[in-house]
Write a protein that binds this ligand. Structure first.
Ligand code: TRP
Length: 332
C-alpha cells in the first residue's frame, strides 16, 4: 500500500456513457491494490432528481456491474452502495451546517440541474455537494479521481474540511482531485462545447450498453468543422479536439500523441479510427457487464461485503465528529 486512500462515486441516475467510462471507470482499477480504495454507487445522490424505484434498483446493480466489468476486484477495494452505509447521510447533515448557502448557490451543476428540473428544485439537490463532501471526508480520502466537471464539488469538500478542522482541530484529511491525462471531460458528439451527458438521450451521447453499430454510427455522425485540418485547437475545433481526446483516452495516450498519428489524414479517417478504438475498448467490458447482470444475487453479496467494510470505518469517523461537536456518546 502506498498509504493513500482513494474514493470515487458514480450516480445510478441514468445509463452510463462513454464519458463516465473514459473519465472515470476505466482508470479506477489502477488505484486498487497499491492504494486503499473505495468505490461507491451514490444512490442517495441519485434521488435528488426523481427516480422510478424499479429503474433505480436496476441502475444501481448496473453501476456495480460496470465497476466490476471495468476491472475492480472487491477483494482489493471496497465497493458498496451509499445508502447501505448510513454514516454518509449522517455526516452530510453535520456538514450541511458547515456549508454556506452562497457556496451552494455558486455550484454550476446545481444551476444546470435546477434549470433542467424546474418543478423539483428540492433541498437535496441544493445540498448535494455537502453529501458528496461527506462521502469523501468519512474515509480520510487523499485522492478523488473524477472528471473535470466535479472540480467545484471537490473544492467545496476541501473548504468544508478546512473549516471544520479550523474550529475543532485536525479531523478530516483535505482531499485532492486527480484528473485523467486525456478525456477528463468527454464532450457531446453533436455539440462539442457541452459535456457528453448521460441524462440527455441523443445522437451526441455514446452509452456504454450500446451495440457496435450504434456506437460507430454516432461517432461517424459527430459534428466537426470546416477547417479541413486535424489540429488540437479546443476553441476553434472543439469537435475534432473531442475526437482526438477520445482516441487518446482509448489508447492511453495524450491528445498530442494521438494527433501525431493523423498527420495528413482527413476527418473521415479520424472518425473511423475513433469508432474502432471505442468499440474495441468497450467490447470486453460490455460482455462482462452482461454476465454480471445475469446474477444480481452475486451483486448483492458484493455490496453486502463492501458495506460491512465501509461501515466499520465510516462509523468510527462519525463517532469522532459527533464527539468533537459535543453530542453525548452513543451507548450501543
Ligand atoms: N457527484 C459525482 C458525479 O456526479 C458523483 C459523486 C458523489 C462522487 N459522491 C462522490 C464522486 C464522491 C467522487 C467522490 O459524478
Amino acid at each position: 500500500m502506498s498509504g493513500k486512500t482513494v474514493f470515487s462515486g458514480i450516480q445510478p441516475s441514468g445509463e452510463l456513457s462513454l464519458g463516465n467510462y473514459l473519465g472515470a471507470l476505466k482508470r479506477f482499477k489502477d488505484f486498487q491494490g497499491a492504494n486503499d480504495s473505495l468505490f461507491c454507487v451514490v444512490d442517495l445522490h441519485a434521488i435528488t432528481v426523481r427516480q422510478d424505484p424499479a429503474q433505480l434498483r436496476q441502475r444501481t446493480y448496473s453501476g456495480v456491474a460496470w465497476y466490476l466489468a471495468s476491472g475492480l476486484d472487491p477483494a482489493q477495494c471496497t465497493l458498496f452502495a451509499q445508502s447501505h452505509v448510513s454514516a454518509h447521510a449522517e455526516l452530510a447533515w453535520i456538514l450541511n451546517t458547515f456549508t454556506q448557502m452562497g457556496e451552494l448557490e455558486r455550484m454550476t451543476q446545481f444551476k444546470d440541474k435546477a434549470a433542467r428540473h424546474k418543478h423539483n428544485i428540492n433541498a437535496g439537490l441544493f445540498a448535494y455537494p455537502a453529501l458528496m463532501a461527506a462521502d469523501i471526508l468519512l474515509y480520510d480520502t487523499h485522492e478523488v479521481p473524477v472528471g473535470d466537471d466535479q472540480k467545484q464539488h471537490i473544492e467545496l469538500a476541501r473548504d468544508v474540511a478546512e473549516r471544520f478542522n479550523g474550529i475543532y482541530g485536525p479531523t478530516f484529511v483535505v482531499p485532492k482531485m486527480v484528473a485523467p491525462k486525456a478525456a477528463a471531460r468527454v464532450m457531446d458528439l453533436q455539440d462539442p462545447t457541452s459535456k457528453m451527458s448521460k441524462s440527455v438521450d441523443s445522437l451526441g451521447t455514446v452509452f456504454l450498453h450500446e451495440d457496435e453499430k450504434t456506437i460507430s454510427k454516432k461517432i461517424m455522425k459527430a459534428v466537426t468543422d470546416n477547417e479541413g485540418m486535424i489540429r488540437l485547437d479546443k476553441d476553434k475545433q472543439p469537435g475534432v479536439y473531442n475526437l482526438l481526446a477520445i482516441y487518446a483516452a482509448c489508447h492511453d495516450q495524450t491528445p498530442e500523441e494521438a494527433l501525431a498519428q493523423f498527420t495528413g489524414k482527413g476527418y473521415g479517417d479520424l472518425k473511423k479510427a475513433v469508432a474502432e478504438a471505442v468499440v474495441t475498448v468497450l467490447a470486453p467490458v460490455q460482455a462482462r457487464h452482461k454476465e454480471l447482470m445475469a446474477d444480481t444475487a452475486q451483486l448483492d453479496a458484493v455490496l453486502a461485503a463492501g458495506a460491512a467494510k465501509a461501515r466499520a470505518r465510516a462509523n468510527k469517523k462519525l463517532a469522532e465528529v459527533y464527539a468533537k461537536i459535543g453530542f453525548t456518546p452513543r451507548q450501543g
